[in-house]
Every structure is written in structure tokens, then in C-alpha cells.
Design a protein around this ligand. Structure first.
Ligand SMILES: NC(=O)c1ccc[n+]([C@@H]2O[C@H](COP(=O)([O-])OP(=O)(O)OC[C@H]3O[C@@H](n4cnc5c(N)ncnc54)[C@H](O)[C@@H]3O)[C@@H](O)[C@H]2O)c1
Ligand SMILES: [Zn+2]
Length: 376
């Protein structure tokens, strides 16, 4: 799997969902073409840009200029950054903002930011005026390979994360890889865990390629666009097969059952970013798979070695401030929506690139594995 030399041509990946199919375009500097792309897709449409303060500070002026140059009239709503924005309150502000800006059924919403902005703006578009079109312009690595593709939108409830939302596909995703140059290094690294996930779950050659090329990807070389395109192709194929996660879309949850429990244990705070939790969760999922004899321990060690090489956490002791005891951790795992009648659904692996859905894992087995890990 060789990365192409830098080319000025964007890479296009189609998400094949019949009359709701859409393109993901990936390339450096693509933001400048946002207006012409929107004008071509929806001639005469007005737009409302939804963004957070960090993204707006760095990039909103460029986005507005790109729209202006193509005569796309666009208002903006900017809110404070962070996961706590995925609230009823911010959601209401965005919905009311959409109406105040007189965005009609023939107009559209532009989600300009990371996963938080994408989830909020996408959900607001799903319900405002009973459904508006929206365009995703993801600005984090996580959003470019994961949250902007596939149409899951949500806000958080006091009962848990992402519990109120809708499936609502965007009409276009524009992933400008240059926007990632301003992303804090820790956020970039956390997003990288989701790229590794695609290799681990179904593409051993991509994982091997990442082991060799990750430095170029981090540095903003041509490996970046190539890797993002590989991930988007993988996600697009899964979403086209299983839009509503009835079947193998659940493979995308590799590392997430463990990971969500650690995130919750840290109160979804800066102590542990989502991608960091997923790195740790994937390391444990591979180790757990090896314990069950599904793959050699050397294979799990290879996964752990790569995650650690880029600076992602792979051991429970890597979590700043520590984690609660085994009972609290098991409670958090049990609260996860993937639990049915005392049995846990896990994504396990028969090797790198060979993940599968294991629906009947005994909670007791997970408990003794985690208890041992806590002791190390
Ligand atoms: N819908 C889905 O399928 C899906 C999938 C995965 C995750 N998610 C959701 O995504 C969210 C996490 O997304 P995220 O990791 O992108 O977090 P985020 O949106 O909070 O962004 C991380 C931080 O980076 C800042 N930022 C974003 N782009 C920047 C840029 N270009 N330059 C400088 N700073 C920038 C943001 O302001 C924020 O402080 C979670 O809420 C998660 O539930 C959704
Ligand atoms: Zn994730």
C-alpha cells in the first residue's frame, strides 16, 4: 500500500446510499472550494455555518470568504468549544438560530468543526423545519475519518452520551487536511487512534502501512490525505451495508466498550480524550483476544507497540489521575448500551485486520481480565 505523491487533485469517496448518496472530498486546501461545491450542488441556496470558538478563530474568515466568492449567502452561529456543548441548551440555540436566519427547506446548514460541532449541527439540521440538508466540513482528524461520515448525529442527556439524536446523512463532506495544521498535537494524536482502528478491524495492510508512514501523516505530508481516504472508504463501505447499525457497523466500536468505560470514569474530561480511551480500549481488546487464544500474544504486542510509539496510552496506569476500582469499572461497562442480559457484546479479533462481533462474552471473564490489568 504505497501512498501517492502529493497531488493537487482531491480524492473523492462516495457513500452509496441510493438517493441519499453523497461524496466525501479529501484534499489539502479544499476549504477554498466550499462555495463553488455548494453552489453546484444546491444552486441559489443560502447557508448557515455552525462552528465552535476555536475553529472560528482559526478558520471562519476563510470559510466565509470561500462562500462569498461563490455568492453563497451565509450566516454563522458560534458556540463555546467542548463536549459540554452537546447539550439541550446549545442544541436549542442552534435550532432557534437556524430559524432566525430564515434558513428554508431549500437552504442548508454547514457543520464546521470537530465531532462536537458535527453532531450538534447535524442533529439540529435533522429536526429544524422537519429536516434540512447539511454539509460536513470536519476540522479534526477524528471528524475527518469518523464522525462526519455516516449520518449519526446526537447530543448528550443526563442519562448518558449521544442518547438523543437521529440518523441524518449529510449531502456532502469536505475534508480539508490543511485545517488539521492548527489542531493541538494531543487532539491530532487522539484522532489518529481512530485511523489505527480501521487497520485493526479490517485492513492489515493499512495497519502495516501506518507503522511505516505515521510520521509523514503527523507532519502533514501526502500520507495524510491517503490515510484519511482509506479510512473514509472503509467507513463508507460499512455504512452503505449497514446504515443503522443492525449488523457489522458495530465493528466500528472496536475498542469502544472498554474505552467508553474509561472515558466515563474520567467524567469525559481532559484527563482522557475519546481517541486516547479508544487506543487503550483497542490495546485491551487485542490482549483479551490473545488471552482467549484467538491470536498470538505477539500480534497484540505489535498493536500495543504502535499505539505507544505515537504516544497513545496502552496501559491503565497511563491514565492521569488513575481509574476507579474493578467494581466501578464493571458498573460503567454494564451501563454501556451494548450489554444484553449479563452478556457483553465485544469486538474481538482473530488477528490484525480481522475483528469480529462477539455477542456472548461473560462479564465475569472481562472482570477477571480487567482486575488483573488494574493490578499491573
Ligand atoms: N457521529 C459520529 O458518528 C461520531 C463518531 C465519533 C465521535 N463522535 C463525537 O465526536 C465528538 C468528538 O469529536 P472531536 O474529537 O472532533 O472533538 P471536538 O469537536 O471537541 O474537537 C476537539 C477540540 O479541537 C478544537 N478544534 C477543532 N478543529 C480545530 C482546528 N482545525 N484547529 C484548532 N482547534 C480545533 C475544538 O474546538 C475542540 O476544542 C464526541 O462528542 C463524539 O461523541 C461522533
Ligand atoms: Zn470513537
Amino acid at each position: 500500500m504505497t501512498a501517492p505523491l502529493r497531488s493537487t487533485d482531491p480524492i473523492t469517496v462516495n457513500v452509496a446510499l441510493g438517493d441519499r448518496a453523497y461524496d466525501i472530498v479529501i484534499g489539502r486546501g479544499l476549504l477554498a472550494s466550499l462555495g463553488t461545491r455548494i453552489a453546484a450542488l444546491r444552486p441559489g441556496a443560502a447557508a448557515l455555518i455552525v462552528s465552535d470558538e476555536n475553529v472560528a478563530r482559526h478558520h471562519l474568515a476563510s470559510a466565509q470568504a470561500a462562500l462569498r466568492n461563490a455568492n453563497v449567502r451565509a450566516g454563522e452561529i458560534v458556540f463555546a468549544a467542548g463536549e459540554q456543548a452537546k447539550s439541550w441548551r446549545t442544541f436549542e440555540t442552534i435550532c432557534e438560530g437556524i430559524l432566525a436566519a430564515r434558513i428554508e427547506r431549500s437552504d442548508l446548514v454547514i457543520a464546521f468543526g470537530g465531532g462536537v460541532v458535527g453532531d450538534l449541527a447535524g442533529f439540529a439540521a435533522a429536526v429544524s423545519r422537519r429536516g434540512l440538508d447539511y454539509v460536513q466540513v470536519p476540522t479534526t482528524l477524528l471528524a475527518q475519518v469518523d464522525s462526519s461520515v455516516g449520518g449519526k448525529t446526537a447530543i448528550n442527556s443526563r442519562h448518558g452520551k449521544n442518547l438523543v439524536g437521529a440518523f441524518h446523512q449529510p449531502i456532502l463532506v469536505v475534508a480539508d487536511t490543511a485545517l488539521l495544521d492548527t489542531l493541538p498535537a494531543r487532539e491530532f494524536r487522539a484522532g489518529y487512534a481512530e485511523l489505527v482502528k480501521y487497520g485493526l478491524l479490517g485492513d492489515a495492510a493499512f495497519f502495516a502501512w501506518l507503522e511505516v508512514n505515521w510520521r509523514d501523516l503527523f507532519a502533514g505530508g501526502p500520507a495524510r490525505e491517503h490515510a484519511i481516504a482509506v479510512c473514509c472508504r472503509a467507513k463508507a463501505a460499512i455504512v452503505a451495508r449497514d446504515e443503522r447499525e443492525i449488523g457489522d457497523r458495530a465493528l466500528l466500536n472496536l475498542g469502544h466498550t472498554f474505552g467508553h468505560a474509561f472515558e466515563a470514569a474520567c467524567d469525559f474530561s481532559e484527563r482522557l480524550l475519546h481517541g486516547e480511551a479508544i487506543a487503550l480500549g483497542m490495546a485491551l481488546a487485542f490482549e483479551f483476544s490473545a488471552r482467549r487464544g484467538l491470536l498470538p500474544m505477539t500480534e497484540a504486542d505489535r498493536v500495543i507497540r504502535h499505539l505507544a510509539a505515537v504516544g497513545l496510552p496502552t496501559h491503565l496506569k497511563d491514565i492521569a489521575g488513575g481509574v476507579p476500582g474493578i467494581d466501578a469499572l464493571m458498573d460503567l461497562i454494564a451501563q454501556d448500551k451494548k450489554v444484553k442480559r449479563g452478556k457483553l457484546t465485544f469486538i474481538l479479533a482473530r488477528g490484525i485486520g480481522a475483528a469480529f462481533i462477539a455477542p456472548e462474552i461473560d462479564a465475569a471473564e472481562v472482570e477477571s481480565f480487567l482486575a488483573e490489568k488494574l493490578g499491573q
